[in-house]
Design a protein around this ligand. Structure first.
Ligand SMILES: [Zn+2]
Length: 486
């Protein structure tokens, strides 16, 4: 019975829209979607998030699972998905890929979704075969063969690839039909998780596309592949895609593990469309505010090297928003922007707070998270002799602008020198204490204090993350004190 109602509702929508473009009729929600407040215990809000940064990944992941579950039967979450495998595809990395798409489709099942999804999964030797198949299947006369080749670095896109250790992918949404094509490859050393997160990542771009041109030729921005990037701020473009890919994983532990992997280390684009790891790896909230200012200028941020910060800083922004409002909240912002609203107005409508008021909060969350991710623990931990007692260590250098009201911005730990190698010292929880030594910092500065066991005579130093006043920094942007002897 429920199905019958859904069908008649669809028909009535179709009647209104069919004269304009029947192919898009079934994917055309006639009104803007406003997500309901989340039904979660102890929700994260803009008012409390700075004290709960550690909860953000868990809430974001769980909220995404709840939406995917709740929306799984919505008509827009049931559009067909077809897998087309190259005849030489010998990997199992893509087993279950229809399910991955279905999950991501459900996550955003209240929004326009592609009318159909084709998942092309093929090794490089099958490019020609897939080009033919794609152009046969993709109705509407659009030539997608260039895109089918592009994942291997051929055609008019980008530089060639050596096809080692990568899982190359690209998505496009055909203009006249709203069909999404996801071209997914396989290279020597491709990781199975890359296939899963990558497919969902590309599909998130298809959902973004659909907000911009689901009305077909009558869409305000008809050519979504061109105009989406001219209209959206850059942080959600890759931020939503990375988040959707990671949230597609089956459990929280896998999500938490992948979000701190190398992928999140900020990098910039090079002029040739490649990437380079030359981005600053030391981020203060002020740096993130500057990033927001750049990335909120649609049309120009796409063409700059900072576009690639969407994969790291943009992801963490989207993650924080998902922790607060679920995955539908930021897609509702994108939907509104696609309908012509400003970011300011769309953001206020969905989150009840202006972007200008939210940005300083988000920038602190993002800076704290990225610095925690960039502080890779050393492989070897220092272990003092069992007879050594706990001592209190107070940083002699490294005055912090620490704010007791939002106590997650600065981090510090100790390292001990053993056989000419620095090893992380395990220690009790970190405190920041006000110090007259730091009076030169406006508002008063703080020094780190930690309890740890370090054998007498051992050389040690402090390692700082965050807005700490210290001259020397390592390649990760971490502040380093000079050495002391315990
Ligand atoms: Zn992407």
């Amino acid at each position: 019975m429920k199905t019958g109602k859904a069908v008649s509702l669809l028909l009535s929508v179709a009647l209104i829209v069919a004269p304009l473009n029947s192919a898009f009729a079934k994917t055309n929600p006639s009104t803007l979607f406003t997500p309901k407040p989340l039904a979660v215990a102890n929700p994260i809000t803009f008012a409390n998030i700075l004290k709960r940064i550690k909860d953000v990944p868990t809430y974001a992941y769980n909220n995404a699972q709840s939406s995917a579950k709740a929306n799984a039967k919505l008509p827009l979450a049931l559009h067909p998905v077809f897998e087309v495998k190259g005849s030489h595809l010998s990997t199992s990395n893509y087993d279950g890929s229809t399910k991955w798409i279905k999950k991501a489709m459900a996550m955003y099942g209240h929004f326009a979704t592609p009318t159909k999804v084709y998942l092309f999964e093929y090794p490089e030797q099958d490019v020609a075969e897939i080009q033919v198949k794609a152009n046969t299947l993709v109705v509407g006369g659009e030539d997608v063969s260039n895109r089918a080749a592009a994942i291997y670095g051929t055609g008019s896109f980008g530089a060639g690839s050596n096809c080692q250790g990568r899982t190359p992918m690209r998505a496009n949404t055909t203009e006249t039909t709203g069909i999404s094509n996801i071209f997914s490859g396989i290279c020597v050393g491709s990781a199975p998780l890359d296939a899963r997160t990558g497919v969902a990542h590309e599909f998130a771009h298809a959902i973004q596309n659909m907000q911009f041109h689901h009305k077909g030729p009558t869409s305000r921005w008809h050519r979504a592949d061109q105009y989406m990037y001219h209209t959206l701020p850059c942080w959600p473009v890759e931020g939503q895609a990375v988040f959707t890919g990671f949230a597609n994983l089956d459990n929280l532990a896998a999500y938490q593990s992948i979000r701190v992997s190398g992928e999140l280390h900020p990098y910039l684009l090079t002029g040739a469309g490649g990437t380079s790891a030359t981005a600053n790896s030391y981020w203060t909230p002020q740096d993130v505010m500057s990033y927001f200012a750049q990335t909120n200028v649609p049309g120009s941020c796409e063409a700059t090297p900072t576009f690639a910060l969407g994969y790291s800083l943009g992801f963490l922004t989207v993650e924080a928003l998902t922790a607060i409002g679920g995955p539908e909240s930021h897609m509702a912002v994108v939907q509104r922007i696609a309908e012509g609203e400003s970011l300011s107005r769309a953001f206020k409508e969905i989150y009840g707070i202006t972007w200008d008021a939210a940005a300083p909060i988000l920038s602190q969350v993002v800076a704290t998270e990225i610095m925690a991710i960039l502080d890779p623990p050393t492989a070897i931990k220092y272990k003092a002799k069992s007879t050594t007692v706990n001592q209190t260590f107070t940083g002699a250098q490294g005055c912090s602008t620490y704010d007791p009201a939002s106590p997650h911005v600065s981090f510090a730990h100790l390292q001990a020198l053993v056989n000419n190698k620095w090893q992380d010292v395990q220690s009790s929880s970190l405190n920041w204490i006000p110090s007259s030594e730091c009076s030169f910092i406006s508002g008063g500065g703080y020094l780190a204090q930690i309890q740890a066991k370090i054998d007498p005579g051992t050389t040690y130093r402090w390692v700082y993350l965050g807005p700490v006043n210290i001259g020397s920094r390592d390649e990760f942007g971490r502040g380093l004190s000079s050495s002391s002897v315990s």
